[in-house]
Design a protein. Structure first.
Length: 285
């Protein structure tokens, strides 16, 4: 007896149940593939953040001993362009001396950064300025930077540990092998981009500044930093030399001697105030 072909919707109840048992697992798989994925649970960003967490637990090169750094810095703003050489030496938990030179080798300014006090001396003007906060002082004197001296040195070496909260908030994919981690509004950083190994690629500040870390494969220290300070001010930093000394710096090497006739001024947020006194290297507030 020949039976006509029937479609599935023409099956009787008993036959439909048998066929339905086979269809149900297939429907479950199809629904699972269509369901939206929660990015925070994806192993990609977790692997990246875990890699970054392991690296920040390691001792920073700057913390492992007295150091010296030489870097070039090209800056561009609306009104001017400069090529500078930055030479810094000292210890992260003590004094840090910095000389900033023009491309021709002329010293423009000398810094001494000590805990709780930052001093800048301009030899051409024979003037020194100081402020309790290095980052504030640097910006008041025209050295636009979202970082203080020690932070700038660490970031130049690719270390951003001190700027990053322990726990991120939301996370999003930012391209192939890139994960963007967002931070609470009270953090200085708005976001940090990491590669799959947890190496920083880009960080964006709450105030709009941005740092891009440009690396060759396998290098710990970035080849260069592209720093966007504001829409009209940019800088490119390249670390040329970095050394950890086998012996500590002599105390004398970390001092900033001022001429007896130098004018020393205390920087205020709204201006400057001339200070008088014989001990011009350590004027009283």
């Amino acid at each position: 007896m020949i039976r006509p072909n029937r479609n599935s919707w023409e099956l009787g109840p008993a036959e439909f149940c048998v066929h339905g048992l086979w269809l149900f697992p297939l429907l479950v798989l199809l629904c699972a593939s269509c369901a939206p994925k929660r990015l925070a649970l994806d192993p990609g960003p977790k692997t990246a953040w875990d890699g970054f967490s392991r690296s920040r637990q390691a001792v920073s090169p700057l913390e492992s001993g007295d150091f010296s750094i030489r870097a070039s810095m090209n800056t561009a703003s609306k009104d001017r362009k400069d090529r500078l050489v930055i030479k810094a030496w000292g210890r992260m938990r003590g004094p840090v001396r910095t000389d900033i030179e023009a491309g021709i080798g002329k010293t423009l300014v000398m810094w001494l950064d000590e805990p709780g006090r930052w001093t800048a001396f301009y030899p051409t003007d024979n003037r020194a300025y100081y402020h309790a906060d290095a980052r504030v002082g640097m910006n008041l004197l025209g050295f636009a930077s979202p970082f203080d001296v020690r932070e700038l040195l660490a970031v130049s070496l690719g270390r951003v540990d001190a700027l990053i909260p322990d726990t991120p908030g939301d996370v999003a994919n930012c391209g192939a092998g890139c994960w963007r981690f967002f931070f609470p509004e009270n953090a200085r950083l708005a976001s940090l981009d990491l590669d799959v190994q947890g190496i920083p690629l880009t960080m964006i500040g709450r105030d709009g500044w941005r740092v891009d870390f440009i690396r060759s494969d396998g290098k710990d220290i970035p080849d260069r930093l592209d720093l966007l300070i504001d829409p009209q001010t940019r800088a490119v930093i390249r670390v040329k030399e970095f050394e950890i000394r086998s012996d500590p710096w002599p105390d004398r090497a970390l001092e900033l001697d001022l001429p007896e006739d130098a004018r020393v001024l205390r920087l205020l947020d709204e201006g400057e105030q001339v200070l008088e006194g014989r001990d011009r290297s350590r004027p009283e507030d």
